[in-house]
Write a new protein. Sequence first.
Lengths: 375, 386
Amino acid sequence: MRVLAALSGGVDSAVAAARAVDAGHDVVGVHMALSRTRDQFRTGSRGCCSIEDAGDARRAADVLGIPYYVWDLSERFEETVVADFLAEYEAGRTPNPCVRCNEHIKFSALLDKAVALGFDAVCTGHYARIEVDADGSRALHRSADPAKDQSYVLAVMGPERLARSMFPLGDVPSKEQTRAEAAARGLSVSAKPDSYDICFVADGDTQGFLRSRLGERPGEIVDTAGEVVGTHDGAYAYTVGQRRGLALGRPAPDGKPRYVLAVEPVRNRVVVGPADELEVAVVEADRAVWFTPVTRGPLACAVQVRAHGAPVEATASVLDDGSLSVAVGPGLRGVAPGQSLVLYAGTRVLGQATVTGTRRGASPVRPAPAGGRAS
Amino acid sequence: MVPEAARVLADQLFRTGNPSSLHASGRAARRVVEESRERTAAALGARPSEVVWTAGGTEADNLAVKGLFWSRRAQDPSRRRILVSAAEHHAVLDPAFWMAEHAGAELVLLPVDADGVLVVDALRRELEAHGDQAALISVMWANNEVGALQPLDDVVALARRFGVPVHADAVQAVGQVPVDFAASGLDALTVSAHKLGGPGGVGALLARRGLDLTPVLHGGGQERGVRSGTLDAPLIASFGVAADLAVTGRAEHAARVGALRDDLVARVLAAVPGAVLRGPADTARRLPANAHFTFAGCEGDSLLYLLDSAGVEASTGSACQAGVPRPSHVLLAMGVDEDVARGALRFSLGRTSTAADVEALLTVLPGVVERARAAGLAGRGTAVPV
């Protein structure tokens, strides 16, 4: 097969490309330039698109003996991932930019262009497995190493794009193994630190980034009774479940820590309350993507709402409009609209959707689009 | 590299001696350097004393822009304006921008027309309005991307009227078109060895005798005190041989590649829908080895990939340090739409190019452009079946 290997300049994508070469594919390396103002060097684990990264990707391609190109997808990245990130926070939701990047850039802009240029598949260093079922259909599974599993951020791509994807690292038992393999192959990136933070927020200060792009919008922080307990510089910078950075002047009457329960963009208010109010019983979600034939449900499954969150038992029902209502078992707290919800059966991904609201017990906690107060 | 230049380089590498030392091996190395200086000067219509060796074209351009600015401003503090064409190579453009940001210069970008040729009237208007404030003018001999020869005679005549020194980057021109420093009336001219069959890492600034240049590199005071640094006798020797051969073989070479180029242009325009030749259509007004096209709807990186996998090496223009293809500033200065400028390809013909190469290109190019166009649409969000 003709395979386009996306090379970030990190160790995972380099080893993934090496494995694709070993498998006998005709491999071409492509580094995506996603930022128009690129830093010269990476600082620690932050950022992923520096000129140093592009150089590391080029060196990896040299070592593997494959052609190397840089594709400028910065405009698409800004228009989709960054714009979505800002719009979602502005609307009081909590986006996951890695999910949107996989949706709009890696398995869309990059994949479409690769297919148009004659490639059969795109290969990345993601940790997830692709299994081929008896009927020939391909299923997305968690990686062998649960600690590195990235099926959560990949699920958004759906089955058609999975058919054009390769994840050669899905069966690697641990990241240490990937590093050892990189070192054995003579890849100089073997000891490069992992990247964790949002790549376009180079200094890791998401609140500062939002403030610089959206401007300051001072407003009130209130408790569940509507009492003003503090102020903020912009409700968009808060996310449900957040505890740090509230800077409330006086302690709660019960003396317990307070968390963000809701962000109300229209009234520019942040609602805070005790931890037990974050407990969620039902999650509602839309924009569903399915890897299995859609049934009305109820579908017994496990759901995950964060990249590194634990899955919880759930029962999902598909409503008439295609949206989801998911009754979740105990232990799920602080779920915000905008988050990606992924449904699993064991290690297998069943589908993915975007959270629109949650309910605690019988009464809705959210959404409160017109500024309704949280219960 | 041409074999003769490579051989001289290899031979000289086995010799020792710093050309600035006074002992026997130093004197021998000095002789190699001075013979090459005479040879290079003769090839370019300059006097030996006008040759200032540098580590390449970029250094020579930096020395010209910065050195002329500082010396002219020192003589007359009101002369702060640097006049450069908007289609200059980055080795001229970037020092000019840098001087504006850091050294108190005022940058004046002179427009080019749709063919990439300097608009002489704009220079005249600028000099008539602010001629007493001009520190220098830098206009290239021929554009490196679209091949357009520049009206340097007009530039020099105008500059004389206002007492402004003129520098030209002739890196692309030497060995392609006749370059005679004395006849040109220029004050300074940049040349680089690697573009005329010599080694990388060596070049020269031809600086008119008596031209006041403030040094950029300070140290041992070599090269008239203008360019300090130990001279590299092997590179310099090889440069001289390459310059000599490039100039003596120029007419024959230009006629041969010019004919190949004319054939390539005619056949590309006939075979590829939407192909547009950039730079002057009159081939007498462009470098003989240069052909430059835009293919609307294509991305340069797609064209490069598809051609490369078909065994054809082309160039999209100048790449930035991370290798990201950007729309060329030359095409933008010519008024080409940004989207169209993304689909640019330059074909340079060299000593080893043959009619069979042109044939091979034409076999693959129509299909490559068609495929790149489909990929360009995919990149803009139109769904492609997966």
